[in-house]
Ligand binder design. Structure first.
Ligand SMILES: Cc1cc2nc3c(=O)[nH]c(=O)nc-3n(C[C@H](O)[C@H](O)[C@H](O)COP(=O)(O)OP(=O)(O)OC[C@H]3O[C@@H](n4cnc5c(N)ncnc54)[C@H](O)[C@@H]3O)c2cc1C
Length: 393
């Protein structure tokens, strides 16, 4: 059957790959940018998550556990680089101790079998520069070349007869009988249209669907610093703080990238534009959109200090450095320089709660992926299975 996917990020491409290459449909993917993976999917930490802290039974937990296995198989079958190097979670305060114990319990409930608390000696052997009161080893996590995955999926889709139209922003949808037509990009009609537009997913939903779920995507920018060549020795694998369970963001962490570089970040700064990669990127219409949404104002009211704190890490290198030094006290300002940034598409409900789980809904012949923040890159192939099994017939 003819199916259109709006959005050429990793979720749209994984769906396109499964529908075209494994299920023999005719897929057209429309991407508004000149290249695929230009937004979240091409600007993330490059980590393969294994389902440690997600609520047992949630979509995030189920689809990440299945997603990481599928992503590893995909890499093996398509010669894409990945490395299951494991990560450590580091408790640095008394408050962290109960939280790290809870993380281990949640991980076990999610079926992770290799979790292990490290002795100080084991920690020093693995990450000699880390300061920790208690350390959890998560051996099943790793790093990956997501850009390689995206390019490979795109090539496979096209080789199997699917189409990817770049520079093609979808603005209109028309339904005649049971067939959907999109803008002027294609005269073909579609049985289903799937919205995988990430940072724009709520706007696409609002424009195209008659049903009205109250949610909004709010952009949280994640900024990275790069470690200098001299400082690379400070980080061997993945080093994470315990994190605040109230938020889906994992806290500033150290990452060894698949190309060998070391990064520290990302923070979580409210952006003034959906696709705003710098503080000077401002969109008046986006700002008006958030300020007129009660859920956003409720979020700010409840989390004002968090927002200011994150903003300070964006404005002042010293503030960012201080967060990094909690994990590795020896790191100095000269060791890090400003790196890249990505913007997370994070759903907020009407009460101002951050939507912790993935959210997909069907409205007639339209399927909307409303909330697919981290770790949706890891989970993308499993998200695709979930949509195909539950919504496409
Ligand atoms: C800083 C950061 C770090 C992260 N780290 C990790 C990690 O280590 N591991 C992990 O698993 N996940 C991570 N994530 C999350 C992961 O990257 C995202 O969950 C995932 O990439 C979402 O993919 P997507 O396809 O839904 O969205 P996107 O990649 O944003 O793709 C959506 C696409 O839709 C297009 N689009 C929008 N509107 C239209 C329109 N009207 N017409 C046509 N095209 C349109 C956009 O141009 C865009 O290309 C991170 C995210 C960020 C931002």
């Amino acid at each position: 059957m003819n199916i259109a996917i709006i959005g050429g990020g990793i979720v749209g491409l994984a769906l396109g790959y499964k529908l075209q290459c494994e299920n023999n449909n005719n897929i057209d993917i429309f991407e508004k940018e000149k290249r695929i993976g230009y937004h979240q999917s091409g600007r993330n930490s490059g980590v393969l998550h294994c389902g440690l802290g997600y609520k047992p039974g949630s979509l995030k937990a189920k689809l990440t556990i299945s997603g990481i296995k599928q992503m590893i198989d995909y890499c093996k079958n398509h010669q894409i680089e990945y490395d299951i190097c494991g990560k450590i979670i580091v408790a640095t305060s008394n408050n962290d101790i109960s939280l790290i114990d809870n993380l281990a319990k949640t991980g076990k409930k999610n079926g992770l079998t290799g979790l292990k608390f490290l002795t100080q000696h084991e920690l020093k052997e693995r990450e000699p520069f880390v300061k920790s009161l208690k350390t959890l080893l998560v051996p099943d996590e790793g790093i990956i070349d997501y850009r390689g995955v995206i390019n490979s999926m795109s090539n496979n889709i096209i080789e199997s007869g699917g189409n990817i139209f770049l520079s093609s922003r979808i603005k209109m949808l028309k339904k005649i009988n049971n067939t959907i037509y999109l803008d002027n990009y294609s005269h073909k009609g579609y049985k289903y249209v799937i919205n995988c537009t990430g940072l724009q997913s709520d706007l696409t939903y609002k424009k195209f669907s008659k049903e009205k779920r109250k949610m909004k995507i709010v952009p949280f920018r994640g900024e990275y610093y790069k470690l200098s060549k001299d400082a690379e020795k400070l980080v061997n694998h993945l080093i994470y703080p315990v994190g605040n369970p109230k938020f889906p963001f994992l806290g500033v962490h150290f990452t060894r990238m698949i190309n060998g570089d070391r990064e520290v970040g990302p923070n979580a700064v409210l952006a003034f534009k959906r696709e705003g990669y710098k503080n000077s990127d401002i969109s008046i219409s986006d700002i008006i959109d958030y300020l007129s949404y009660p859920g956003f104002l409720n979020f700010i009211r409840k989390n004002f200090l968090f927002c200011i704190n994150e903003l300070s890490t964006s404005l002042f290198k010293s503030s960012f450095l201080k967060k990094s030094q909690v994990l590795i006290p020896e790191i100095r300002a000269k060791d890090i320089s400003k790196g890249s940034a990505g913007v997370r598409a994070q759903g907020i409900d009407a009460k101002g709660n951050l939507m912790m789980d993935f959210d997909v809904i069907k409205s007639n012949n339209q399927i909307h992926v409303l909330n697919s923040p981290s770790p949706a890159a890891t989970s993308s192939l499993a998200i695709a299975d979930y949509i195909i099994k539950n919504y496409i017939n």
